[in-house]
Design a protein around this ligand. Structure first.
Ligand code: NDP
Length: 343
C-alpha cells in the first residue's frame, strides 16, 4: 500500500505501484495494454534508478500526446530487413518502448550472426532515457550504441537559435562479473528535463547551459527555455549533436530536429523522429572470444585510480536500494499522476 511521508513532501511507493499507476493512466487515455505496459516498464525503470527527469515526471507528457491524438496508443511496430545487417522498425506512430522491446531480440540475434547489426526505428515518439535499450544489449553480452534526435532546443556552434535536439547518445559494454558499463548523455550541456526541473524548483542552471532569447549567456532556466540550450564542450558537443541528426534522421529515414518541431501539435509530449541503434559482437571480429576479459583489464586499470567510477555504477547502486525499499515520489507529482490515472 502507498504510504504518505510528510517530512520532505514525498510519497513512498513500491515499484509495482509505480508500474500499475502508469499503466492505469495510459490505458485511461487511449493506450492499449502492450503499449501501456512497455511505457510503464520504462518509466518504472527510471524511477528505480533515480533518473527523475525520465520517470513519472514524463507521464503527463505521454498522456498529453495520447489525448491530442498525436501518438497512437494502439500502434504495432512492424519489422523489416532492408539489408543483411539492418533491421528496420516502423513504429507506426507509437511510443518508443514497444518498438524497442520488439526490436531487441532480432537485433541481438542478427549481431551474433553478422558481428554487427543496426536497428533503425522510424515514426516513433521517444520520451525516455536511452540507457534501458543499451543496457539490454550489453546484458545480452554485446557492445551497444543508441542515439535519437528531438525538437530544436540547442543552438549550433556559433548560432543563437534552437536547431539541434538535446540529442542523447548512449554506449554500453558488458563486464565479466559486474553490471555493464553504460553511459547515456545528452549532447546538450544539460538535458531538457533537468532544465525544466530547475525552472520548476526556481534554481539557477550552471553557466554554459544556455542563452536567453537575446542570445546572451544566462543562468535563468526560464530564459534558457525561451532562448536556446548549448551543447556540452562548445563546438565539440555540437558536432556530436550533428552526428545524431545524421544517424537518427538521415540514416534512419526520419525527420531532423528542426523538422520534427514543425510536425504534430505541441502538446507537451515527445516529438516524432527516429532512433538508431547498433549492436556489436566483438567475439565475431576475428581475435577470439576473450575480448570481455581484455575490456575488464581496461576497466580495472581505470578504476585503480582514486576518485573514478564507471558510468552506470550510480544507477546500479540506487537500483539495489529501490528494489529493496521502493522509491519516494514528490507529492505534487504523485497527485498529478494519480489524477491522470483516475480521470
Ligand atoms: P548525466 O550528465 O546525468 O549523466 C551522463 C552519464 O555520465 C551517465 O551515464 C552517468 O552515469 C555518467 N556519469 C556521471 N557522473 C560520472 C562520473 N563521475 N564518472 C563516470 N560517469 C559519470 O546525463 P544527461 O543529463 O546528459 O542526460 C540525462 C538523460 O536524459 C539521459 O538518460 C538521456 O538519454 C536523456 N535524454 C533523452 C532525450 C530524448 O529525446 N529521449 C533527450 C536528451 C536527453 P550514472 O547514470 O551512473 O550517473
Amino acid at each position: 500500500m502507498t504510504t504518505s511521508e510528510s517530512a520532505d513532501d514525498r510519497v513512498a511507493m513500491r515499484l509495482d505501484e509505480v508500474d500499475a499507476l502508469v499503466r492505469r493512466a495510459l490505458t485511461r487515455h487511449g493506450a492499449d495494454e502492450p503499449n501501456a505496459a512497455a511505457v510503464a516498464r520504462t518509466i518504472t525503470a527510471a524511477e528505480r534508478d533515480v533518473c527523475e527527469s525520465h520517470g513519472l515526471f514524463r507521464l503527463p507528457g505521454y498522456v498529453a500526446s495520447l489525448k491530442s491524438g498525436k501518438v497512437r496508443g494502439d500502434a504495432r511496430p512492424c519489422l523489416s530487413r532492408p539489408a543483411p545487417a539492418v533491421i528496420g522498425v516502423d513504429a507506426g506512430g507509437g511510443f518508443a518502448p514497444l518498438a524497442l522491446a520488439e526490436g531487441h531480440e532480432p537485433l541481438v540475434a542478427l549481431a551474433r550472426e553478422t558481428g554487427i547489426a543496426a536497428l533503425a526505428i522510424r515514426d516513433v515518439y521517444h520520451f525516455a532515457a536511452l540507457w534501458p535499450e543499451v543496457e539490454a544489449i550489453a546484458e545480452a553480452g554485446l557492445v551497444g550504441f543508441a542515439c535519437t534526435a528531438a525538437t530544436p532546443m540547442v543552438a549550433p556552434a556559433g548560432g543563437t537559435r534552437p536547431f539541434y535536439g538535446t540529442n542523447p547518445i548512449a554506449f554500453g559494454c558488458p563486464r565479466r562479473a559486474a553490471s555493464p558499463m553504460v553511459f547515456d548523455q545528452a549532447s546538450a550541456a544539460m538535458a531538457r528535463g533537468d532544465v525544466m526541473i530547475h525552472a520548476r524548483d526556481g534554481q539557477p542552471v550552471p553557466e554554459g547551459v544556455g542563452i536567453g532569447p537575446d542570445g546572451e549567456p544566462t543562468t535563468d532556466p526560464e530564459a534558457v527555455l525561451a532562448g536556446a540550450q548549448l551543447a556540452f564542450g562548445g563546438y565539440k558537443g555540437a558536432s556530436i549533436a550533428m552526428m545524431v541528426e545524421i544517424l537518427a534522421g538521415a540514416v534512419v529515414g526520419e525527420a531532423f530536429s528542426f523538422q520534427a518541431g514543425e510536425r504534430g501539435p505541441r502538446d507537451g509530449g515527445p516529438p516524432v523522429g527516429g532512433e538508431f541503434l547498433l549492436a556489436i559482437d566483438p567475439g565475431r571480429f576475428g581475435h577470439g572470444t576473450d575480448w570481455i576479459d581484455r575490456a575488464e583489464t581496461f576497466f580495472q586499470a581505470l578504476l585503480a585510480q582514486p576518485g573514478t567510477r564507471l558510468p552506470g555504477a550510480r544507477r546500479h547502486e540506487v537500483r539495489a536500494h529501490s528494489l529493496a525499499h521502493g522509491v519516494r515520489i514528490r507529492r505534487a507529482l504523485h497527485e498529478t499522476c494519480t489524477a491522470l490515472a483516475n480521470a
